[in-house]
Design a protein. Structure first.
Length: 92
């Protein structure tokens, strides 16, 4: 019974670490109220202008998160909805 408890604890810790590793943690791009944000389509257009094939976008915290592919590699680009400046890029 003790072995099962140890294995269960190890799995729980491992799952917790895995989900933390999956979260990118970049969520702070602006303090501006959402009613004043520029359209998400403009963030997608910026990514396209940089040569990314845009797959989708979403709101992550106070950022526009744009998923794009460039040279066969997936990227996450974080734009400020306030001025559409690129705040952070993560290669996957």
């Amino acid at each position: 019974m003790k072995v099962i408890r140890v294995v269960a604890t190890a799995l729980t810790i491992g799952l917790g670490m895995g989900s933390a590793a999956m979260a990118d943690g970049f969520k702070d791009c602006t303090k501006l109220d959402k009613a004043s944000w520029k359209p998400a389509s403009e963030a997608e257009a910026k990514a396209k202008a940089l040569g990314y094939e845009v797959r989708r976008s979403k709101i992550e915290g106070s950022c526009y998160e744009v998923y794009g592919v460039k040279e066969g590699k997936l990227y996450e680009l974080f734009y400020s909805p306030e001025d559409l400046s690129l705040k952070h890029t993560i290669a996957k």
